[in-house]
Design a protein around this ligand. Structure first.
Ligand code: GLU
Length: 298
């Protein structure tokens, strides 16, 4: 893994940061960290793996886990399980689909999931954070108010999406409440080490490896992994499956988490994104990792 890290680090820095969120546009483009851990907690970190970054859409996996554990299969009445083939923030399909987002990882789908949590929980922001901290025994995980605020100020497209969903009767609460929670979810910060340790439960049949807490059922874990495989990379999910061959989820902060069920979780962070919004070096690293070690699910 060290030689792959060194090779990928030496590649020219290509792509762009998430310029539409002002606070993310200032992150050092050369940052590059990776952290891998098996479910029996043998681990290795390289580069900037102890530096916090904004996990953005990766948090959508966690909010889905919480909503799924609370309301069960009913959640699929309000959000689909198909790849969208459109950008993460697209409004295009919603009207034709009568307000049912294609999957829970595009922004519209994640807003519906956020709406479920606002309805189900008395203190959604606090209880979501409590769940995330509990899974990994890590009380230091937190939202970044600077990033959330930065996105709120210019989140016109997300604001439009949420109001559009409301007009199509797929948001029960007020759009302001849902958006406020949604922007906070996306602002959670952690290091590659913290992210891998947190997400290891998805490699462990839904059970935390740190404290045996069953976060979601075995079947739910199977389904979340399947959704990450088919929908985790915006309209580049096929490309990620083709190149890397693992379920995973990316975020516009440049992070990627990938899961090998029953074996390991690995996270990568490099802020420069390709045209589809996925970390350029992150994809490159994971492709080389699974190809050279033959540790992909295919
Ligand atoms: N907060 C970002 C947005 O809503 C998340 C996008 C992402 O990471 O895919 O635009």
């Amino acid at each position: 893994m060290t030689s792959i890290y060194t090779e990928v680090k030496a590649l020219p820095t290509q792509g762009k940061r998430a310029l539409y969120i002002p606070e993310l546009a200032t992150v050092n483009p050369e940052k590059f960290g990776v952290f891998i851990s098996s479910i029996d907690e043998r681990s290795l970190g390289l580069g900037d793996y102890q530096e916090k970054f904004s996990i953005q859409s990766i948090a959508k996996v966690l909010s889905l886990c919480l909503a799924y554990s609370l309301v069960g299969e009913k959640i699929w009445d309000r959000v689909g399980v198909e790849p969208s083939g459109t950008a993460f923030n697209s409004l295009l399909q919603l009207e034709a689909d009568n307000g049912i987002p294609r999957n829970p990882f595009i922004n519209a789908g994640a807003m519906v999931v956020a709406d479920v949590l606002v309805s189900e929980l008395d203190r959604p922001k606090e209880e979501f954070l409590e769940m995330v901290r509990k899974i990994s025994n890590n009380p230091t995980l937190n939202y970044s108010s600077t990033i959330a605020q930065s996105e709120k100020e210019v989140g016109y497209r997300n604001i439009a999406l949420c109001h559009f969903l409301k007009s199509l009767n797929n948001i029960d609460n007020t759009p302001d409440e849902v958006l406020d929670f949604y922007f906070d979810l996306c602002s959670i910060e952690m290091t590659c080490e913290e992210l891998t340790n947190l997400m290891l439960f998805l490699a462990n049949n839904g059970k935390s490896v740190q404290n045996e807490h069953q976060v979601i059922s075995v079947t739910q874990s199977k389904r979340i992994n399947a959704l990450m495989q088919t929908c985790g990379f915006y309209d580049e999910s096929g490309e990620f499956a083709f190149r890397v061959g693992l379920p995973g989820k990316s975020g516009v902060g440049g992070g990627i988490i990938a899961i090998y069920p029953n074996k390991y979780a690995v996270s990568v962070w490099s802020p420069m994104l390709n045209e589809k919004g996925n970390s350029h070096k992150g994809m490159e690293f994971l492709e080389r990792l699974t190809t050279q070690t033959q540790l992909s699910i295919f």
